[in-house]
Design a protein around this ligand. Sequence first.
Ligand code: CA
Length: 357
Amino acid sequence: MKKALKIALSAVAVATLIASPLSAKKIRWKLAMTWPSTLTPLASPPIKLAKLMKEMSDGEFIIKVEGKEKHKAPLGILDMVKGGQYQMGHSGSYYWKGKDINTVWFTTVPFGMTPSEQYAWFYYGNGMKYMKEVYDKFGVYVYPGGNTGNQMGGWFRKEIKSVDDLKGLKMRIPGLAGEVMAKLGVNVTNIPAGELYTALDRGTIDALEWVGPGMDIKMGFHKVAKYYYTGWHEPASEMQFLINKRAFDKLPKKYQVMLETAMKAVSMDMYIENFAASTEAWAKMKKEHPEIQVKTFPKPVMQALKKAADEVYADYAAKNPKFKEIWEDYKAYMKKARAWSMMSQYYYLQTSKDLEK
Ligand code: CA
C-alpha cells in the first residue's frame, strides 16, 4: 500500500515537472479599457471575457484587465493597442472620429439603427466588412463589444422649450451627435466618465448625455440637473474590442476562435445586463425621484436636430468617399431593416398597449 502511494506521488512529481515547461508557454495578455474597472456594465465585457478565456483554455490564456484608474489614458486605448503596450482594448469607436470620421459608424449615429437592426448589419450585412477596412491602417482588429441599447438624450439644468434654448449651452455629447448639436449653437465638449458629475455640478457644463437610467442614476446627475430627455442621438451604442493584429495573428487557431466566440458572447451579455439594469432603475426612479422631469424635445427642436444631422452626413459624404460609401450602405440597410422592425416590434408594442386601455 505504502509503496503504491510512493509510486503515485512520484508520478505526480514527474507530471508536475513535465507540466512546468508547458505552463511557461501560457499566453499572457493585457487589456486596457476606457472605463474605470467599477463602471459596469461598460466594464463587464472585458472582465467576463478574461474569466471565460481562462476557464475555456484550462488556465493557459490569461488576460489581465486594466481600467482607467490604472493606465490613466481613457482616450488613448487605440494608440496603446496599436503600439502593442496592450494586446487588447475595450472602448467606443466614435471616440476615434478625430483620427478617422468613419469610425463613428461602428458605435451608433443620430437617427440611426436600433440595436437589432445594427447587429444584423454588423454580422449579416456589410458592417463588419467596413469595420475591418476602416481599422486596417491602425494595425488592429476590431469587434463589437457590447451594446447599451437606445440611450437617453441627457440631463439638462434648464428645460429646453425651443431651438433658441440650445444656443450657447455647454454640453458633453460625443460622436456625430456633438456635431449636430454644435450646428444648433451648442458649445460641445467631451469629458471622460470619471469627471462628468463634477463638471455638471460646478457648472463647467450645463447639460450632458451619458447612457440611460441603469447607468445614469448611480452617477447622481439628477441631483444637479432635473430635466431628463428621451434620446435621438445614440439609438444603439456599441462598444468595441480592439486587438493588436500581430498579437492576434500569432495565436494558435483554437485561441483565435475561442477569443472571437467569447467576445460575441460577452457583448450580447452586456446588452442584456444594461437592459435589466435600466428596467430596475426606471421603476425605482419613478418611485424615489419624483423630482426628475422626463421630457421629449418639442417637435420643432427634433426637426431642427434631424435637419442638422442630415447636413452633417451630407457634408462628410461630399468630402470623404468612404463616408459616402458606408452611409449609403447603412441607409439602405436601415430602410430594409426598419420595415421589419415596424412590422414586428413596433406593431406588437402598439397593439399590446392598446389592449391595456
Ligand atoms: Ca452616450
